[in-house]
Ligand binder design. Structure first.
Ligand code: TXA
Ligand code: MG
Length: 325
């Protein structure tokens, strides 16, 4: 299949209406979209991504007016979050109506919904006038794509169109908040920090990886302990003192490290996420940095844990799930 990379929104809308797949830019990562109301179209997402069927998809809409079709309305806290962070990198898990196919939600009675902010995603959603189910446009378990070329590398032979919106500015996936019971639960840290969520609605419960792994009632089936992995073995350490002197040849850090430290090691590839230590910029560069290290032909990567605040928490979550333990 010949894959076109363009900004042809109408071509994208036609493909979605015809039950086909389209990859498209969002501000977080590129998505692989299909008509969310068409189970056969959605089935192709799972096939192309090689994604297990127990891992439900996010449904993207262009406006809160589309919520009524899909869910039973927003709780008070969900409404506050929607008001403050939509359009943007926030996904709300809400009670689902029957119109949403079971395939989209992996049989759960809730559906994950997001209104993206990127102009390409918005134009596509407005043109197609349908909700679009879209996971990140990568093979299951691999690094999420933040450039059209990343999508083409992994899925180019299996899809017809990638709607190019340049580099994703947020660079990590959306924050997923479950709003089903009394207390909202943060299922996945993402582009909106925990601090921002809590300043909007007060304290939320944090889902632990163990919650997700629980076989009988996983909170968020897709939050597998290992995910987002580069091909190269990655070790996550708390600080420089934990970096062994020998045997590691790729380095990922927030700040540049001192010459004296670097001299004592033998790194042949190094990625610095933000010279000024800006965690938002660091999140934006994370997946590209991991890709660069993957391409550097090294045996292993040592990553230094970020400060556990703001988007540092999100980056740590991705690094934990990329790391070998
Ligand atoms: O930024 C993003 O969220 C990107 C862009 C494309 O929107 N999408 C994305 O999708 O990251 P995906 O499929 O890679 O991650 C969706 C996450 C998974 O962890 C899944 O388990 C969770 O959302 N999820 C989806 N529906 C859910 C539900 N009903 N209950 C709990 N978790 C759900
Ligand atoms: Mg993903």
């Amino acid at each position: 299949m010949k894959c076109v990379i363009s900004q042809d929104i109408n071509a994208g809308a036609d493909l979605i209406r015809n039950g086909e797949l389209v990859a498209f830019a969002t501000e977080t990562v590129y998505g692989l979209g299909a008509n969310a109301l068409d189970p056969e179209a959605v089935a192709q997402i799972f096939e192309v991504k090689q994604r297990p069927h127990f891992d439900p998809l996010i449904v993207h809409i262009s406006s809160v007016n589309q919520l009524d079709q899909l869910t039973f309305g927003l709780s008070k806290q969900a409404a506050k979050l929607a008001e403050q962070f939509w359009p943007g990198p926030l996904t709300l898990v809400l009670p689902k109506k029957d119109i949403v196919p079971d395939l989209v939600t992996s049989g759960l009675d809730s559906v994950a919904i997001r209104i993206p902010a990127h102009p390409i995603a918005r134009q596509l959603l407005e043109a197609v006038e349908l909700p679009i189910a879209a996971p990140s446009a990568n093979k299951f378990g691999c690094l999420s794509p933040t450039h059209a070329e990343h999508v083409a590398e992994q899925l180019g032979s299996e899809i017809k169109l990638i709607l190019d919106g340049g580099a994703c500015t947020v660079g990590v996936e959306s924050t997923v908040v479950q709003c089903l019971g009394e207390l909202p639960v943060l299922l996945r840290p993402g582009g909106i920090s925990l601090e921002e969520i809590e300043s909007c609605i007060g304290q939320v419960r944090l889902a632990e990886i163990e919650d997700h792994a629980e076989a009988n009632s996983p909170l968020s089936p897709g939050m597998l302990p290992r995910h987002y992995a580069p091909r190269t073995r990655l070790f996550l350490v708390n600080n420089r003192d934990e970096v062994p002197a020998k045997g590691l040849n790729g380095l990922l850090s927030l700040y540049p490290l001192e010459e004296t430290f670097l001299k004592g090691h033998q790194f042949s590839a190094q990625e610095i996420l933000s010279p000024t230590g800006d965690l938002k910029i660091a999140a934006g560069r994370l997946f590209t940095a991991l890709r660069n290290l993957d391409a550097a032909g090294i045996d292993n990567i040592v990553a230094l844990r970020m400060p556990e605040k703001g988007l540092g928490r999100t980056i740590n979550n991705r690094l934990e799930r990329a790391a070998v333990s």
